[in-house]
Write a protein that binds this ligand. Structure first.
Ligand code: ARG
Ligand code: GLU
Length: 728
């Protein structure tokens, strides 16, 4: 009995779980290196990140600020997801050359397509600058003043730290403001589209399969980095040449098996792993249901029209996908939170935390932090809820409201910054409207408006809803606005925006749609936003203290990783299946068989190209099959999040084995709590990518640029020998 208790106590000692984590690549030596080697990695920390010699990090650029990518040839060939290159692929497409539908493969370098405005960024060096950034903050009289000093110090670090002419310095914040890192980076601006499979491969399964396993998506596209004659970043020019990378990833033809080590290297965007239980409770019980509920009505209305009208289906495909993406994620996130009992687990950790605070005699510093959180979150609740209802309704899901809100901001620009700024902003807006109204259908939007405003008026904390909106019949309101407002078409809106600033504003204010939006926006700016921001600041300051306490109270080797913040990170794990619910077990690898099983001819989600079906029937898989079958996707225990799309999945030796693109539904609560039992990331098998490039697209010239390797050749020889020995 005693023994068991002791064991439980020891087990409970680390404040946070034993797996997961997104680690800073320059700080892997020690604990992470040991863990990775224990999982089977054959490299050293220095092979992953080094300033003195080329290392893996030199092959992993941030892709256009949002996704991740990797260099896979000595000529600057870059691999990322299809959904990351989607905008570029779309921008080169027309009805005659629909690269989204048919795919695109540049026959030679001269056929590669330029993408003005696009960039990829390499990390040259990472340095801890915490001391410099926190200098003279101890004496700050308020949180605001403290933040001001920090901003000034950051600026000074950026300006005074050495760099080459073509490089940039940036400082990022870690551990809620307890650590600061300087990133010296190099940004390339001539990035050309090289290849993309058709959407029926690259987006196979679309929204139905999004966030789910088993998955069968060839979510990849290819680009190339171009540099000037000195191999330095340069604006687009015909004279530019393919970039020679410091490092590029060889690609393994041996694939992965269950339990194999994997490392995912990339730029995860944002996570919140150290929130108190009260924050998780509020998120899952109040905020997520609100956002889910509102998006649900918007999606439902759009879907009705998309199903019966082909044109609307095309017009709304991308908007629908983007609303559906997080709608679906939040549902999965809430399920995972429940299944793992994150609130209960956090409460246990908090008990342990308080015990340690007491044991260390730190009650004065941290004794009240958890009750302060309770109080702050209770006060924050309604503002946060209102903030979410407002942004989901007025900034996101109803197009007329979103456009009208931008016009409201235009009016502010005139008041605050004068006529010239107004004119510039107006031109800009008109350009944006011109392209967005192409995909606008007033009758779809009208229905969405009616349903969303109904939810908004009924579910928004009532103290923030104006009495006339409460009383007004929503169907009537909708009809009035959509009959009379100029915001329902580009033509009428353009006409309304003609004239000098004063005239435009006068006309705008007479517009029924605009007047409605302005009224709601003003209420939001007066009643919600200031209090929301104040509370946010207070909670952030508490969170910073809590983080500091966790760092101080945890043992030296505790696995306390910083939240994702868009900077380069390493996460590692193993290829592993999982059990999503009772009696169900999911294997970790899918195959082309599954594509054929899901295939529905001409379906917008599950169609597949005939060439692919022919290759399947002929089992014409080249060098890329595994035991006669073509692997497509696999899952693992790597802790990833949004921004990790396009991240390389690297084997024990430093070769590319896959391409990260999603997570499994039940495990998406890993943004707040990573559970090794059900959190899995989803990757495309590198062999499927090679197969599509080679066998499907016949782009063998691209394969010839790459370095294909057989890292397991040795293992297999050993295994075979053993087998022979055993059977003798
Ligand atoms: N869920 C993935 C991510 O968060 C993929 C999204 C793109 N695919 C889609 N069907 N919407 O970005
Ligand atoms: N698809 C996501 C992205 O664009 C990655 C999925 C996730 O959130 O893990 O980054």
């Amino acid at each position: 009995m005693k023994l068991i208790r002791l064991f439980v106590f020891l087990f409970a000692l680390p404040l946070f779980a034993q797996q997961g984590g997104m680690w800073i690549p320059s700080l892997l030596e020690g604990m992470n290196e040991t863990e990775m080697q224990n999982l089977g990695m054959k490299m050293s920390a220095e092979d992953i990140y080094s300033v003195n010699q080329s290392s893996l990090k030199d092959a992993v650029p941030h892709f256009n600020g949002g996704c991740t990518s990797e260099v896979i040839s000595p000529k600057g060939l870059v691999l990322t997801n299809h959904h990351c290159g989607y905008g570029q692929i779309q921008s080169h497409s027309s009805v005659e050359n629909d690269y989204l539908a048919d795919g695109f493969w540049a026959k030679s370098m001269s056929h590669e397509l330029a993408n003005p405005g696009m960039s990829v960024t390499f990390i040259v060096e990472i340095t801890d600058v915490t001391e410099k950034v926190l200098k003279e903050t101890e004496n700050a009289s308020s949180e605001e003043e403290r933040q001001k000093i920090i901003e000034k110090n950051k600026q000074a670090v950026v300006e005074n730290s050495p760099k080459e002419k073509w490089e940039t310095n940036r400082v990022s914040t870690f551990y809620d403001g307890n650590q600061f890192m300087l990133f010296r980076v190099e940004t390339f601006k001539d990035i050309r589209l090289v290849g993309a499979p058709p959407s029926s491969v690259g987006k196979f399964g679309s929204d139905t399969d999004n966030w789910t396993w088993p998955r069968h998506t060839g979510d990849f596209s290819l680009f190339r980095i171009y540099a000037d004659e000195n191999n330095r970043p340069a604006e687009y020019s015909e004279d530019n040449v393919p970039y020679t990378p410091k490092h590029y990833l060889p690609i393994s033809l041996d694939g992965v098996a269950e339990d194999d080590f994997t490392l995912v290297f990339g730029f995860p965007g944002s996570t919140d792993e150290y929130l108190p239980s009260v924050a998780i409770e509020q998120l899952t019980e109040t905020i997520n249901p609100a956002r889910i509920g509102l998006r649900e009505v918007a999606l439902k209305e759009q879907d009705v029209f998309m199903r019966k009208d082909k044109k609307i289906k095309i017009q709304y495909a991308s908007k629908y996908s983007s609303i559906a993406n997080y709608y679906k994620k939040w549902i999965g996130e809430n399920q995972g939170m429940k299944k793992t009992d994150v609130v209960g687990k956090k409460k246990e950790q908090e008990k342990e935390f308080m015990k340690r605070v007491k044991a260390e005699g730190l009650q004065n510093e941290y004794g009240s932090i958890l009750s302060d959180f309770d109080k702050a979150y209770a006060e924050f609740r309604d503002y946060d809820l209102a903030y979410n209802y407002f942004s989901e309704s007025f900034l996101r899901n109803v197009e007329l409201l979103r456009n009208g809100f931008q016009l409201y901001q235009l009016e502010q620009v005139l008041e605050n910054r004068g006529k010239q700024s107004f004119k510039d902003r107006k031109e800009n807006l008109l350009k944006r409207f011109k392209s967005s109204y192409k995909d606008y259908s007033a009758k779809v939007d009208e229905k969405v408006f009616e349903k969303v405003i109904e939810v908004y008026a009924n579910k928004m904390p009532q103290q923030f809803v104006s009495s006339d909106l409460k009383q007004k019949n929503k169907a009537e309101l909708t009809q009035e606005i959509y009959t009379n407002s100029a915001l329902t078409s580009y033509k009428s809106l353009k006409k309304l925006m003609k004239g000098n600033p004063k005239k435009v504003i006068k006309k705008l204010n007479k517009d029924e749609g605009y007047a409605f939006i302005k009224k709601q926006a003003e209420r939001f700016y007066e009643d919600v936003l200031p209090a929301y921001q104040n509370k946010r600041l207070e909670i952030d300051a508490l969170q910073k203290e809590y983080m500091k306490a966790i760092l101080t109270l945890s043992p030296k080797d505790a696995r306390i990783f910083p939240n994702a913040n868009g900077t380069l990170r390493v996460t590692y794990g193993q290829v592993k299946g999982y059990s999503p619910k009772d009696a169900v077990y999911y294997e970790p690898v899918t195959h082309l068989e599954g594509v054929i099983e899901k295939y529905v001819a001409d379906d917008y989600e599950f169609d597949a190209p005939q060439t692919l079906i022919d290759l399947y029937e002929a089992k014409d898989y080249g060098n890329y099959a595994d035991d006669g079958k073509m692997p497509v996707n696999f899952i693992g225990t790597n802790h990833t999040t949004g921004g990790n799309s396009g991240s390389p999945v690297i084997d024990a030796h430093g070769n590319l084995v896959g391409l990260n693109f999603d997570r499994v539904w039940e495990g998406t609560m890993s943004d707040f709590y990573y559970d090794p039992v059900i959190s899995r990331n989803i990757m495309v098998d590198a062999r499927y990518i090679l197969f599509i490039i080679d066998k499907y697209a016949n782009a063998t010239h691209l394969i010839n640029e790459m370095k294909l390797v057989h890292p397991k050749a040795g293992d297999n020889a050993v295994k075979k020998k053993r087998l022979i020995k055993n059977s003798q």
